[in-house]
Design a protein around this ligand. Sequence first.
Ligand code: ADP
Length: 624
Amino acid sequence: MLRFKRKNFFKSINFKIALVFALLLLITLEIVGAVFVRQLETNNVRQFKASVEIPTYIDNSLAEQLALNDTTKANNQIKTILSNYNTTNIDEIRVVDSKGTIRGTNDVNDQGVVGQKTTDRNIKNAIYNNRSYTKNTYDTQNNGRYYVSIVPLYSSSSTGNNSQLVGVLYVRANMKSVYSNINNIMAIFVLASLIAMILGLGIAIIIARAITRPIEEMKQQTQRIARGDYAGQVQVYSDDELGQLAKAINNLSIRVEESQESTEAERRRLDSVLSHMSDGVIATDRRGNITIINETASNFVDVSAENAIGNSILDILKIRDDYSLRDLIENQDELMLDFSSNERDLILNAYFSLIQRESGFISGLVCVLHDVTEQQKIDRDRKQFVSNVSHELRTPLTSLRSYIEALSDGAWKDPEVAPGFLKVTQEETGRMIRMINELLSLSRMDSGTTRVDMELVNMNEMFNYVLNRFDMILKKDDNPSKYYTIKREFTKRDLWVEIDTDKFTQVLDNIMNNAIKYSPDGGVVTCRLLETHNQVIISISDQGLGIPRADLNHVFDRFFRVDKARSRAQGGTGLGLAISKEVVQMLGGRIWVDSVEGQGSTFYISLPYEPYEEEDLWDDDAQN
Ligand code: ADP
């Protein structure tokens, strides 16, 4: 972690600014220092050289002594001259004559060399070449810098014109004082530079921090914006470029937040529109892989959204065998898809459209699935109904025609058959009129134009009245071999129910008629009347043919008959139960059937019922 931080520090602008600043300072100090020290050195050396230069009068007096023949006297004089001369900074002065013999030295301890030949090559050269010689030397033994000067000495001849080389003056001076001075100054300079560097570095870091802190804050803010957190604001420290950048970032953050919010709101709106749509919607990318599927669509295709996303629309709609993606893109017609299964009927209409950019680039497909099952069923039922009606009318008309043809061919003259034939035509016509009346009343109920006259009726009395009528009919029946009994199992309590008496009587008549009609062997028809806390339930059970289990759901359908021939022979139209169902539903009730084939059927009717207390009823009557 620490290493990571350090690595980051070396990469940071903070470090780079400090480094550049320090390097600049170092270079400046180096150049200034070098120039200054060089200048100082040159000056000091020049001054030093001037200070160790032997004055001309000494040169002259020495040359004078060298020109003398009396060597001993001259040597003594030389010694005196040298010892009298103040030799600050000078280590050694030697006087060498033109023959190379050392004639004097100022070194008191080295007087032994006087009279000896010089071994110094430079001195010999100077004598030989008759010229002066200066040199800075470095003595490695004692780390000393020395200045050596060899100056030729000339005698001024008595004749006056030609001056003659009589020897050389050798001066050797220690430059220690010069360099120690420079070294001291250098040391001070280095120290000052160091302090300046440290201070400079510190200042550079502080300045760099001042610059990088807002940058760092801005970086963090932009990272927060990227993460979707727009709450923070960058602090604006100044009005310079960085301050302006900070303001721009704050502005940007607000703008991004606004546009993010509007995108989010848009997305939510789209989401809720999609999820509340009764149509299924599927969107794909340009390869046909699903990117969006709403709940309705996933229910239609019976694949969860998670499983559908990423899969090809061809697989999800199960149309891969018949269509390619290209087909869907090129002809965006509607397709009829059958998603029916054992549990449900489902026919879907699929409409396709392209998602296209302005440039024409196709970026995907949208498929809208519309449930047309009900529509299809209605369509089918309508067609079936028309075909049923035609068929139902054709049969009696055909038989009518054949009877009428027979009659007109001469049968009307035959008193034996004519009455029979006329009776049949009468019956068939009656059945057709009945059927057409029933169809008309069904159609009125379908269109909602039937008038319903509701009244409060004592159901026990009403039901009993209907059954009494049937008792009368059965007693009058000419066929005593079929013996029917109508049994009543009524609750003792009077049940007052709000109904349309005429229409409900029609329903009871129809069910009773069926009970007798479809019980060819006679038997007991049991009629029950009972109540629950909010319903009156009427049931009519017979011991007749019963209804096959598979047909139980269809007996209330228009024109449905278990046995068409038998029903027709009995004068049935196949519309009685359909009308009964419509009437009961109009009264707010329900009708259903229970049956075991060969043993009998029970038809049930439930009607809404509010139990009245006796007093309530009397109160109501009193008010009326
Ligand atoms: P229909 O005029 O043919 O009687 P309905 O609508 O009254 O027409 O009845 C439809 C069919 O239901 C009948 O054709 C018959 O097959 C069957 N059905 C009705 N009631 C009974 C019953 N009590 N027992 C057996 N089958 C019945």
